[in-house]
Design a protein around this ligand. Structure first.
Ligand code: GDP
Ligand code: ZN
Length: 464
């Protein structure tokens, strides 16, 4: 699509209701003409005019600031006209009606940002960061969204894409020298360069994971044997008595979820039914759901009654080597584990935290869910897992969609490495590199399907 082909859109850009200032925005080819009608004079480019706003009968609707940004140096890349008036529902609606009568149509949610994207003012990851910045619930998420908006994430992706494209060009050249293909590839140290790129990709995936946790919240699942204190921990974290705490084994038959905030960082915490073998149908269902939840968790807190069955941290494998924990073993390999030794109050132990292994990251925390000591250690630990940095440094914000694309890129790259190492097949290596580049390009919108764009922008607010 080209800017000139589009109709002219308008929307109220500030929240509905009463406020000091209300902003109405117009973007598209008719903006200049409409500005002249509403103001009664030709506005100067990028100049703040303080003046009356007129309706079609030349009646004054309001008085405020009018700004005109000629394209392509505007947010959308088109001619943009902005009216900053008083934030009353009636005034803003009347302004909007006037604009509609002058030939604008109402903008769809996210349509201004979509036009900015289509006119190359922003890439897709940056456009998404606008919505993420608006929705940010913590200083950390806001800072990270700004960094993505400024292009930090996109630059990483583009750097990687460039390396991949230049390798692909080299490998494709090798295809034409069938006899010397092998020499050609080894002279170019292609294998070495591929593995460097794989390493960089791995780092970006880890950063994107943290970025997505900041945006969507971390999925935390509390697992463990009956009576370990799972429900008590959920209650202690959420400050409610939602989960039923009892002495009878198997009380939590269903799974209970709570959303909590730690310094504005969202966490979804799920208390699972005690994992155990059971003949009870209802209980079995609960166990099945618990295992599902564990499978999808970003972090599992394994609750252990330190009075009863505290495992030897150095011999965790033995502790986990039971059918109950079959799922947890996979999760540990993927994202580590937090062991929570609960009920320290019963044996007068002091609270503490200890790193048991770096890869995968396994941490042990001693606390009492019932009386409180050690709970702050757990909260700080969870914040750290989400990328909270007290020094104000931050990463970039990312979405599930980005991680999916990065992981697909990683798979294609791994195939390329395999084709080279096992088969020396330049043609196949080139094809896998092409796919790697494509997957990465989905992040910035270099390659994207229209329906995906529609889905992304329709989740934005109107006027953005
Ligand atoms: P769940 O089955 O794992 O959900 O365990 P619950 O949270 O229902 O707790 C089982 C029992 O242990 C209850 O009687 C709790 O009051 C008790 N309990 C839980 N945490 C603690 C703790 O830190 N200290 C003490 N002394 N008792 C606890
Ligand atoms: Zn429980």
């Amino acid at each position: 699509m080209i800017a000139g082909d589009q109709d002219t859109i308008c929307a109220i850009a500030t929240p509905s209701g009463r406020s000091g200032v209300g902003i109405v925005r117009v973007s598209g080819a008719k903006s200049r003409l409409i500005a002249e009608k509403v103001l009664g004079f030709k506005p100067k480019a990028r100049h703040a005019h303080y003046c009356p706003f007129l309706d079609e009968q030349q009646q004054v609707i309001d008085q405020g600031i009018a700004l005109f940004f000629p394209g392509p140096n505007s947010f959308t890349g088109e001619d943009v006209f902005e009216l900053q008036g008083h934030g009353g529902t009636f005034i803003l609606d009347t302004l909007l009606q006037t604009l509609l009568a002058q030939g604008c149509r109402l903008a769809r949610p996210g349509e201004f940002s979509e036009r900015a994207f289509l006119n190359d003012k922003l890439d897709l990851a940056q456009a998404e960061a606008i919505a993420d910045l608006i929705n940010a619930s913590s200083a950390e998420a806001a800072r990270s969204a700004v960094r993505t908006l400024q292009g930090d994430f996109s630059r990483l992706i583009e750097g990687l894409s460039e390396s991949i494209v230049s390798l692909r060009v080299y490998v494709e050249a090798a295809i034409d020298f069938t006899d010397e293909e092998i020499d050609f590839l080894s002279e170019g140290r292609i294998a070495e360069k591929l593995s460097t790129i794989a390493g960089e990709l791995e780092t970006i995936i880890a950063q994107a994971h943290q970025g997505a946790l900041l945006r969507d919240g971390m999925q935390v699942v509390i697992a463990g044997r009956p009576n370990a204190g799972k429900s008590s921990l959920l209650n202690a974290l959420s400050g409610s008595d939602k989960a039923i705490v009892t002495d009878i084994e198997g009380t939590t038959r269903d799974i209970l979820s709570e959303q909590i905030n730690l310094d504005g960082m969202p966490l979804h915490i799920t208390d699972t039914a005690g994992l155990r073998d059971s003949d009870d149908i209802v209980e079995q269902e609960g166990i099945k759901r618990a295992q599902q939840a564990i499978g999808q968790a970003d972090q599992v807190l394994l609750m252990i009654d330190s009075q009863n069955d505290a495992p030897d941290p150095d011999n965790l494998d033995a502790f986990l080597d039971t059918p109950y924990f079959s799922q947890i073993r996979d999760v540990i390999k993927r994202s580590g584990l937090t062991l929570v030794y609960n009920k320290i109050d019963l044996s007068d132990q002091s609270p503490g935290i200890e790193v048991i292994s770096e890869t995968p990251p396994v941490t042990a925390i001693r606390l009492s869910a019932k009386t409180g000591p050690g709970m702050n250690l757990l909260k700080d630990h969870l914040k750290a897992l989400m990328g909270y940095r007290p020094d104000g440094e931050s990463g970039f914000i990312a979405r599930r969609r980005h991680i999916d694309a990065l992981q697909r890129a990683q798979q294609s790259l791994a195939l390329a490495i395999h084709q080279l190492a096992e088969h020396n097949a330049a043609e196949l290596v080139a094809e896998d590199l092409r796919l790697t580049h494509r997957h990465l390009g989905e992040i910035t919108g270099e390659f994207t399907a229209d329906d995906l764009l529609g889905r992304i922008f329709s989740s934005f607010c109107i006027g953005k």
